[in-house]
Design a protein around this ligand. Structure first.
Ligand SMILES: [Zn+2]
Length: 384
């Protein structure tokens, strides 16, 4: 059994311990200590890291009542080693995990919702609730959570007897095996939990609830606490300042500026569609008096626009019309219309260029990788 020093003192960052056992497993060296302040991977968050003797601790895992430390160097059994926890990783875990308890405690108190999932990853922190919420609810809870941080409420770790436990009302994700460890945020929340917590809520530093989305019939909330929240704000500030420079607008006018750009873009796109239509109509009209087959290349036309063009010309001339748009490097979109010998032309075209696409007689359409020169040559030689 490993004595869990972190259970009662989350601020213990340096300690000495005796090496009870060293084992090689899955290509790594795992060390068992008589006591440890390294919290293992548990409760939705990764383990602490740090140093043990002269080695780096990369991971810590629970195996029954034993805690095994994955290290990057051989460690001698039976010796006493000095150990040090990586402070910033621990602080990040403390701030986000107690922050999550504050938030879920408030959701439970205010709306009767339960926490059904928590994940603290390297980048992202999420918590899952068993009900749906609105954005206004998120802001309300964020406000109350930050008030609880500012009030610097005491956080207690409790190990109640079975008798005491029976009288307590506390939150828990499921049945708990063995002794129940409760984390109490005074006057706010009581929750079963196995990981280290801050001693006072003020240490959480601040809580940001970033977004809420529907998830498995409930809600997934993305959140950041303390130093993570500050880092997130810095990234947002940098992004805002870059946008501000790009659009030559002060930050408070960015939304207005982007909205205007979107409107202008919509008008421009509409104008382009109109101009393309006019161009297609005038091209079709230009074939009014001709009766030979046509192969033409137009820039920036989509397949549906090429179809209008090729069908219109084929109807005017009564002959084959092939229309292409694209370039030799990226390939061409095409529409081929042959009112006279579609099956034969389509078969020859397919054999020559292996185009992708389909269509119904007398239309073949899709994309093709070929050069303009080869495509023009095909229609001139094969059908001249
Ligand atoms: Zn917890």
């Amino acid at each position: 059994m490993t004595k869990r020093l972190f259970d009662t003192d989350s601020h213990l960052l340096e300690f000495e311990a005796r090496v009870l056992d060293v084992r090689e497993r899955d290509g790594g060296v795992w060390v068992l200590l008589d006591q440890t302040a390294f919290a293992p991977e548990a409760g939705g968050q990764p383990s602490d890291i740090g140093t043990l003797g002269g080695a780096n601790v990369l991971d810590v895992r629970e195996d029954g009542e034993e805690l095994w430390h994955l290290v990057d160097k051989e460690i001698v059994s039976n010796e006493t080693v000095c150990c040090k926890i990586d402070y910033f990783r621990r602080l990040r875990h403390l701030q986000n995990h107690t922050g999550e308890h504050i938030v879920t405690g408030l959701f439970h108190r205010e709306y009767g919702l339960n926490n059904v999932g928590f994940h603290l990853g390297h980048e992202d922190v999420t918590l899952d609730l068993d009900g749906c919420i609105e954005m206004s609810t998120l802001r309300h809870i964020e406000h109350l959570a930050n008030v609880a941080v500012a009030e610097n409420r005491k956080v207690n770790i409790l190990y109640p007897s079975d008798g005491e436990l029976a009288t307590l009302s506390y939150r828990a994700k499921g049945e708990i095996a063995g002794r129940v460890r409760l984390v109490e945020i005074e006057g706010l929340d009581l929750c079963a939990c196995c990981v280290p917590h801050v001693k006072y809520t003020g240490e959480v530093g601040g809580i940001r609830l970033l977004s809420a989305m529907r998830y498995k019939g409930g809600t997934r909330i993305h959140m950041k606490c303390g130093l993570d929240a500050i880092a997130h704000s810095n990234i947002q500030d940098d992004r805002e300042s870059e946008l501000s420079q790009l659009l030559s607008l002060p930050p408070e006018r960015l939304v207005e500026g982007v909205r205007k750009m979107a409107d202008d873009l919509g008008v421009a796109k509409y104008r382009i569609v109109q101009m393309k239509r006019e161009r297609i109509c005038s091209l079709i009209d230009s074939f009014e008096t001709k009766t030979e087959q046509v192969c033409l290349f137009e820039s920036e036309l989509e397949v549906n626009e090429l179809r209008v063009l090729a069908t219109g010309i084929a109807e005017k001339t009564g002959q084959l019309c092939a229309a292409f748009s694209g370039d030799d490097v990226g390939g061409y979109r095409f529409v081929l219309v042959d009112p006279l010998a579609f099956a034969e032309t389509a078969a020859r075209f397919r054999a020559a260029f292996l185009p992708k696409g389909g269509g119904k007689p007398p239309v073949l359409q899709g994309t093709v990788e070929a050069t303009e020169q080869n495509l023009r040559a095909f229609f001139e030689i094969e059908h001249a």
